[in-house]
Ligand binder design. Structure first.
Ligand code: XCC
Ligand code: SF4
Length: 632
């Protein structure tokens, strides 16, 4: 079903990642549209929407505020630009926090099933971590076996979502005391995760909260519930179930697809499914079955964050990040893409119709018309995974051999830098890192996270920002699609130390780590929070005093809005490379980029140019060092 391509994409300039341009060209030859093509068709995009000035929260609307002041200044209900912009942003935070936390809920459910002995295909892998989390939450572990501890922990964590009353979230026990004080003072302590998200929806209903300040403060509270509880739980429990990541070698970019193998891609976010697919696909039985169908075996590769999950723990190669999901199909060499949820473009089903790729959805809450739906459940995990892998293998003979093109590019990546792994690299204590920071061998640490966005050059801001920072002796850590971009650019290979400044280089060589550390998937931004908290505690400081910053240079998802907000809430100076839809209200823009700092010690900073952003971020780090009296 080739489509008429009205607007061609200038393929050469579109991406900083090797192999992307040639596949966009192939797409056009094959008559297939990608996100880049559809973005062109969307032009001009609605300016009211870009400014955040459009409201359709009730049926008296939709209402739009004229940014130039000559048209309406209020919606039908009287809502001002400030109210509308703040309400829209709050809904974005709510959706992002909901996505992370509902993912966490799914992991908690499996964890609970394992604790109760109901799910034979999963087990408690990292018992140390289980115990340390239980103890941190005040659950005594003495004289209890691991199942018992897990059962008690599961119960506490389940209540995080919907517990009644005003007691703070239990997971906040992992946050530094100084931070808690800041949040207490500002009335930002989240109660239950679902409650905060629900309250976002309530406050933004017509005729409830009209004050941008109180709306945004609730957004901050909701994001804290996401970062320090929802996402944090997803990370901790995934580690307990599947093992805490350790440095592991793998490969990145579309060149990890193999010409004469059955290629399966796992895409989405939840490791509960993807880990099983990998295990089953790698089994003797499935490898043999693939041979029967004329392939040399089965090859599994990851995409987006579930790709990060299996890369970090199992060394599964990663084929690409968000904007490369369609390109993977366009190679013509992928038998199946198996998805769970989040960041799955419905378009992959359309693209797949032009090739032979089967798109298999697995989640009751994520169906895509035109895909094969095989519902996953933890009780029958292995059987279902086998059924899915078999479909992929049986599809191998249908590969359109004359239309296969796998770009040659792939590169070595060292992933798996969990907090525990970083500590181990440091010899068991934070001391060497603290000394390096204090002496100025490393000037600071920046966490770069987030998506791709076809509005800007694919992966260019991700890698440029990272390179600009490491050459200034700033250690870069990160997650999500950033980490895949950095991996594909070679920034996570030991050779990347050549790009680091002399101080960072020395540290990396001593510790045998790359200058950019892969800390995992989107929910693993929580690992960054833990590192920041531990550094602050060890130094007797608050996170907002540390020479650190955050960045989402190419963000697009609502989850990224929630992450950015909880970084700010945690006291971090946070850069956004894509302008958020708040410019329709000077007041909201000022609160987010200035005033909020007085309340939580962090703030947003918007700069599309990654080189300029690096300079500003570096200057902020230097300012923080000055205040601490550390050498510059
Ligand atoms: Fe999605 Fe996590 Fe964004 Fe990538 S980075 S596009 S959210 S996969 Ni989180
Ligand atoms: Fe318009 Fe107010 Fe309804 Fe929004 S809530 S659509 S601004 S009337």
């Amino acid at each position: 079903m080739a489509e008429y391509i009205k607007y061609r994409v200038p393929a050469k300039g579109v991406s900083a990642t090797k192999g992307v341009a040639e596949l966009i060209e192939k797409a056009e030859e094959d008559g297939v549209k990608t996100a880049w093509h559809r973005l062109l068709e969307q032009q001009p995009q609605c300016a009211f929407g870009q400014l955040g000035l459009c409201c359709r929260n009730c049926a008296m609307g939709p209402c739009r505020i004229d940014p130039f002041g000559s048209g309406p200044t209020k919606g039908v209900c009287g809502a001002s630009a400030d109210t509308i912009v703040a309400r829209n942003l709050l809904r974005m935070i709510a959706a992002g926090a909901a996505a992370h936390s509902d993912h966490a809920r799914d992991v908690v459910e499996v964890f609970k099933g394992v604790a109760e002995g109901r799910f034979q295909y999963y087990r408690l892998t990292d018992v140390e971590k289980l115990k340390s989390l239980a103890e941190a939450l005040g659950i005594s572990t003495e004289d209890k076996d691991e199942q018992e501890i897990a059962r008690e922990l599961a119960e506490v964590l389940e209540w995080e979502f919907g517990k009644p009353g005003d007691e703070p979230l239990r997971m906040l026990a992992l946050a530094p005391k100084k931070r808690i004080k800041v949040w207490e003072k500002a009335g930002l302590i989240p109660r239950a995760i679902d409650r905060e998200i629900c309250e976002c929806m309530h406050r933004t209903h017509i005729g409830v909260d009209a004050d941008p300040v109180s709306l945004l403060l609730h957004g901050i509270r909701t994001s804290i519930a996401d970062g320090w509880s929802g996402s944090m739980m997803a990370t901790y429990l995934s580690d307990i179930l599947f093992g805490t990541p350790k440095p592991i070698k793998a490969e990145a970019n579309l060149g990890v697809l193999k010409e004469d193998y059955v290629n399966i891609i796992v895409h989405g976010h939840n490791p509960i499914l993807s880990t099983k697919i990998v295990e089953v696909a790698m089994s003797e039985e499935m490898q043999e079955l693939a041979k029967k169908y004329g392939a040399r075996g089965v090859n599994v590769a990851g995409m987006c964050c579930t790709g990060n999950e299996v890369l970090m723990r199992l060394g599964v190669p990663i084929a690409g990040n968000f904007l490369m999901q369609e390109l993977a199909v366009i190679t013509g060499a992928v038998e199946a893409i198996i998805v769970d949820y989040q960041c799955i473009m419905p378009a992959i089903v359309d693209v797949a119709q032009c090739y032979h790729t089967k798109i298999i959805t697995t989640e009751p809450k994520a169906h895509i018309p035109g895909a094969i739906h095989i519902e996953f459940n933890a009780e029958k995990a292995d059987e279902i995974a086998k059924e899915i892998v078999r479909i992929a293998i049986e599809n191998y003979p249908n590969r359109p051999r004359d239309r296969v093109h796998i770009p040659k590019h792939k590169i070595e990546v060292i992933a798996g830098f969990s907090v525990e792994a970083i500590l181990e690299a440091l010899g068991g204590t934070l001391e060497p890192l603290i000394n390096a920071l204090r002496e100025g061998t490393i000037k600071g640490i920046v966490g770069i996270v987030g998506c791709n966005n076809p509005k800007i050059r694919h992966n260019h801001s991700h890698v440029t920002l990272a390179k600009e920072l490491i050459k200034r002796d700033v250690l870069v850590v990160g997650t999500g699609c950033w980490s895949i971009a950095a991996a594909m650019d070679g920034l996570m290979s030991p050779k990347a130390v050549d790009l680091a400044g002399p101080g960072l280089r020395k540290v990396c060589e001593t510790l045998n780590i790359p200058p950019c550390l892969h800390m995992g998937s989107c929910v693993d931004c929580s690992r960054i929070l833990i590192v920041l908290g531990a550094l602050a505690d060890a130094l007797g400081l608050d996170i907002s005093d540390l020479p650190v910053a955050g960045s989402a240079p190419e963000w697009m998802s609502e989850k990224a809005v929630s992450i950015g907000t909880y970084f700010v809430a945690s006291g971090v100076f946070t850069h956004l490379g894509v302008v958020p839809p708040v410019m329709g209200s000077q007041k909201v823009a000022k609160i987010l980029t200035e005033d909020v700092e007085d309340i939580v010690g962090g703030k947003f900073y918007v700069e599309p140019d990654p080189v300029k952003a690096a300079e500003t971020i570096y200057n902020v780090i230097i300012e923080k060092r000055k205040k601490l009296g550390w050498p510059l």
